[in-house]
Design a protein around this ligand. Structure first.
Ligand code: GKR
Ligand code: MG
Length: 429
């Protein structure tokens, strides 16, 4: 068996995204992703997926060159190779991360987000070569299915007039009734029983009303609210007080570990984060200050599936819960998330996934949710297959773009509808 990488293919694509609202603005009609393929000397191909903005492509290209000759089984070596990739200082100095939701951009964060796709692709290739599913390479599954939550968004019916976009069939959701209707559609289509509302869009009282309406419509179901740090400490405490009886957790109500610690000290409602604990270096302060009770891992920015397992082990040590965060992603990443989630002990919260919002994919067969769960595949590798025609089509869209959609920018997309819009840099409420 020859596990040496002989070829790496990088395919940037643009995938349709509905007009989902968040505190930064609104999703663009098309969002960039990067599809990574590694091919071994035996002709086995492994696939991975990550962010597709230019700053990631700039690192993925030299990384791909270094990977030729590397063994797909040498996963630790990927991080050694990544350290050799030079990050342009203009990409990190004073820059905030994708959507501004992971704090200040650093060279390590950028590199890890790139490595994650290559790690997944190597695991996929290794699994195929050995006839083993990825979860087996990660130590074996502890569950046969992984539960996901319905990821509810405030949403316009359509992208702004004049903007080229794919039509979706979700309709608008800009008030409590719209959010409840969206939640019902999620349950009918996918069987989800746990709900997360993306907040930070409307004044907190309106979002409190939406969560109350969900609690009435779905009594006893786990509910979360995530304003991406849009609130002050006092507003966070007010929301926690008003929704304390129905929330499973409050996600990133406010920005930064010190402010999160202050909220956590004054409420019984657990706090979750995918914003103040996004790197191993940030764990110590957050955990020793009891700032968060649940960390939402994202294998893209934590540097892959094995780092996710390491994060889970640290969380377990400190009695902190772990679950999964999601940004816009396709089926390769959903498969990867499902494999790693299957191996994590003490996974007590349904994972997040944007996947139902993505009407397009690069797979021959979409992954499905049954009863809100994705079955853990036992097929070799990730258990997914690339649809080359779809990949070509979505890549063509990327090639044809004049550059305006190649960087995800929710604030710029919002300015088309609201010309004066600027993303708030301090808590809005
Ligand atoms: O896609 O609008 C979005 C989300 O707000 C995403 O950017 C966040 O990273 O879903 C994420 C979260 O939980 O914070
Ligand atoms: Mg979040």
């Amino acid at each position: 068996m020859n596990l040496s990488v002989t070829e790496v293919r990088l395919t940037p694509i643009l995938v349709a995204d509905p007009p989902l609202l968040n505190t930064q603005g609104v999703h663009q009609p098309y969002t960039p992703r990067l599809i990574v393929e590694v091919v071994t000397a035996d002709g086995v191909t492994g696939v991975g997926e990550t962010y597709g903005d230019t700053k990631y492509l700039e690192l993925a290209r030299p990384f791909a060159q270094k990977l030729v000759g590397h063994q797909v089984s040498d996963l630790n070596g990927l991080f050694v190779l990544a350290d050799e990739v030079v990050v342009d200082s203009s990409r990190v100095a004073g820059q905030v991360d994708v959507g501004g939701l992971r704090g200040v951009q650093t060279a390590d964060k950028l590199r890890l987000s790139v490595v994650s796709a290559f790690e997944v692709a190597c695991l996929d290739a290794l699994g195929k070569a050995l006839g083993l599913p990825v979860h087996a390479l990660l130590g074996g599954k502890l569950r046969d299915a992984v539960e996901y939550s319905a990821y509810l968004f405030y949403k316009w019916a359509d992208h702004p007039e004049g903007v080229t976009a794919e039509k979706d069939d979700w309709g608008a959701a800009v008030d409590p009734a719209g959010i409840v209707e969206q939640a019902r559609t999620f349950t009918e289509r996918y069987g989800f029983t746990s709900f997360k509302l993306k907040g930070g869009v409307f004044p907190p009282d309106e979002e409190i009303a939406a969560v109350r309406a969900l609690a009435e419509a779905f009594p006893g179901h786990p509910l979360r609210l995530d304003p991406n740090g849009a609130w002050s400490v006092e507003t966070s405490l007010k929301v926690a007080k008003e929704l304390g009886d129905v929330l499973e957790y409050l996600e990133d109500p406010t920005l930064g570990t010190p402010a999160m610690a202050e909220v956590a000290a004054r409420t019984e409602v657990p706090l979750a984060t995918n914003m103040c604990v996004t790197t191993f270096a940030e764990i110590k302060e957050a955990f020793t200050r009891d700032a968060v009770q649940v960390v939402l891992s994202d294998h893209h920015y934590w540097g892959g599936l094995r780092n996710t397992q390491q994060l889970a082990a640290i969380c377990r040590t400190f009695g902190v819960g772990v679950s999964m965060h999601s940004n816009t992603h396709l089926g390769i990443s959903l498969a990867a998330m499902t494999h790693v989630a299957a191996t994590v002990p003490d996974l007590h919260h349904a994972c997040d996934s944007h996947y139902p919002w993505q009407s397009e994919d690069v797979l021959t067969e979409r992954l499905t949710f049954e009863g809100g769960k994705v079955i853990v595949s036992d097929a070799p590798g990730l258990g997914v297959e690339l649809d080359r025609d779809r990949l070509r089509f979505l890549h063509r869209r990327w090639l044809d773009d004049d550059g305006s959609l190649r960087e995800r920018d929710d604030a710029a997309a919002m300015r088309i509808a609201e010309p004066g819009w600027v993303t708030p840099t301090v808590p809005r409420w």
